[in-house]
Design a protein around this ligand. Structure first.
Ligand SMILES: Cc1cc2nc3c(=O)[nH]c(=O)nc-3n(C[C@H](O)[C@H](O)[C@H](O)COP(=O)(O)OP(=O)(O)OC[C@H]3O[C@@H](n4cnc5c(N)ncnc54)[C@H](O)[C@@H]3O)c2cc1C
Length: 549
């Protein structure tokens, strides 16, 4: 046997993202002996760099109506219903037994706010800020956010503070908030390599790590699971890091889906979307491959096998390649537009990131250009380029930003037809000045307006581009995570190709086929199910199954 005598525990969990850490913590809280193996040297995976939003509807009937309209009414195996039934209980269990605290976001519309059952806020939860110092030396084990989201060398900015950082030169109140945050950050940096006030996905991952430490979970870093052990018709353990881990009750797969598995990307993602992923490089499809090797089924429902977002990319000063997801910070703001390779608009830029990329893929596009003017760049920034003091020359030298004194110059620099781009800009500007996008309806619903600028009237998403120089960056279709995955039942048990549960094997997070069937109905629709099915797996493993009552 590899590695000599096996370790005997109750549960082995594979992968330390939101799903794996939640499952491990909840099992340990019930007194089970748990080993959590993590392939890399830190916890957090994609979760740590995410927005940390958790869609966990308390209003089951309205949420069901909404999902039926976004996704369609079919729910094979009752998995979606299971999510709706248990999401609130999962959040409550995590609050009671772990240090994860999630609070409702008062205003954050669902992504199709005009469909029946949609809400304008309250359905999505966010992690309460977390003080990373409470992790002590283990703080170094928490994967940091991507540098482009942490200005001043490591400061996290809360969602609610973003607007203050954009307008601190114009608003005394914002100046005060920013001054307070900077003072706190400066103090933290005296003793720590990055800011310790954690928010968003880093707070979520930090809170779960803290829980694992307190609950005595045996956390093994740089330990990749490479095989499942099956005996007498049941999964009995895992080979990980060359050792045998024997699991009396079962194994939970939570290795983050197949964003970085070239073969599965090729098989399931359309060619234009295969080049870039914003997900963590460790999400290499391991859990799916391990389970497939023992006969597990794979489910892909709906048109999309991944959750999409447009990204831009550049090489950092240290030589690493940055992938910047354009989810909520710039596309919907007034004073910008996106054109295709001909210089024409092709989509409502303020739609959700998933719908935006769907439009790119429907047109077979491998890239598009996000264009703005100088006023926009100063006010909102662009991707990783900070607002207020944007220093565009630095980004032009890097080859990330293209600039020109007028639309024709920009078209030539981008290889677009100058006349077409000029006509696009003229048409867009005329409509934007009136606050009405006749071509695509930008700013027509509450979600889009939420992404806009409330100070801009009459349409928070529209302003003409009038202040040269004009700037452009290139956007590419990419995934934030994969949605096709292992076939499971309503309790997170992995099913075989015949649809029969494999005893002792569970999946959650992106290893499990999403209950959203490739749709993206609202903020937090991957982490909400990830935590819920982690909870359901833990209930089954602890011997107290729950039904869809
Ligand atoms: C920029 C961005 C923002 C996002 N914002 C949100 C949001 O606000 N709300 C939301 O719901 N979703 C969001 N998402 C998507 C969400 O972050 C992911 O879907 C989610 O974090 C996946 O969680 P997970 O636990 O399945 O995987 P991960 O968090 O990626 O964790 C998987 C872990 O498994 C480890 N692993 C892999 N293979 C092995 C192996 N063989 N052995 C041991 N360990 C292994 C990996 O190293 C990794 O640590 C966002 C994504 C991105 C990129």
């Amino acid at each position: 046997m590899p590695g000599g005598a096996p370790d005997h525990v109750d549960v082995v969990v594979i992968g330390a993202g939101a799903a794996g850490m939640a499952a491990a913590a909840l099992c340990a809280a019930e007194g089970l002996a748990v080993v959590l193996v993590e392939k890399t040297a830190s916890v957090g995976g994609t979760t740590a760099t995410s927005g940390g939003m958790v869609w966990a509807p308390g209003d089951r009937a309205a949420a069901r109506t909404y999902l039926d309209h976004v996704i369609g009414g079919e729910d094979p195996g009752g998995r979606r219903e299971s999510f709706l039934t248990h999401a609130a209980a999962a959040v409550a269990a995590l609050a009671a037994r772990t240090e994860l605290r999630l609070q409702p976001v008062a205003r954050y519309p669902d992504y199709y706010p005009d469909l029946p059952g949609a809400t304008l806020g309250g359905r999505v939860l966010e992690p309460a800020p977390f003080d990373g110092r409470t992790l002590g030396r283990h703080f170094a084990r928490l994967r940091p956010p991507i540098p482009e989201f942490t200005p001043f060398g490591g400061m996290m900015i809360a969602r609610a503070d973003l607007a203050h950082f954009r307008k601190f030169l114009r608003s005394p109140r914002s100046a005060l908030v920013v001054a307070r945050r900077l003072a706190a950050y400066a103090g933290q940096r005296l003793a720590h390599p990055r800011g310790t006030t954690l928010v968003l996905g880093n707070a979520l991952a930090g809170r779960l790590l803290s829980s694992l430490l307190r609950l005595g979970v045996d956390l093994r870093f740089e330990t990749a699971a490479t095989r499942l052990i099956v005996a007498e018709g049941r999964v009995r353990g895992v080979i990980a890091g060359g050792n045998t881990l024997s699991a009396r009750r079962g194994v939970v797969l939570a290795s983050g889906g197949f964003s970085h598995d070239p073969a599965l990307r090729e098989a399931f993602l359309p060619a234009p979307a295969r080049r870039f992923s914003a997900a963590f490089a460790g999400d290499g499809g391991d859990g799916i491959r391990l389970a497939r090797a023992i006969g597990a089924g794979f489910t892909r429902r709906g048109a999309d096998a991944a959750f999409w977002a447009p990204v831009s990319s550049f090489t950092r000063d240290d030589g690493s390649v940055a992938i910047f997801p354009h989810t909520v910070t710039d596309r919907g703001k007034p004073g910008s537009l996106v054109v295709d390779g001909h210089g024409r608009r092709f989509v409502n830029e303020a739609l959700s990131y998933h719908e935006f990329v769907r439009a790119m893929l429907a047109a077979g596009m491998t890239r598009a250009f996000l264009i703005c003017d100088q006023a926009f760049l100063r006010r909102y920034g662009l991707g990783p380029i900070a607002p207020v003091f944007p220093r565009p020359q630095r980004w032009i030298r890097r080859g990330y930003l293209t600039a020109a004194g007028d639309g024709a110059g920009l078209a030539r620099a981008l290889g677009l037809d100058p006349e077409t781009l000029a006509a696009t800009l003229a048409g867009f500007n005329a409509d934007a000045a009136r606050g009405e996008d006749r071509a695509f309806g930008r700013g027509n619903d509450a979600y889009q307006r939420h992404l806009g600028d409330p100070e801009r009237r009459p349409n928070p998403c529209l302003a003409p581009l009038t202040t040269p120089p004009f700037y452009a960056i290139t956007l590419y279709p990419a995934d934030l995570g994969t949605s096709a995955g292992l076939a499971t039942d309503a309790g997170g048990r992995v099913l075989d190709d015949a649809g029969v549960a494999i005893a002792g094997l569970y999946a959650c997070g992106n290893d499990m086929a999403s209950v959203m069937d490739g749709a993206y109905p609202g903020p937090g629709i991957t982490l909400g199910p990830a935590l819920t099915f982690a909870y359901l797996a833990s209930r089954a493993l602890c011997g107290s199954e729950v039904g869809n009552e």
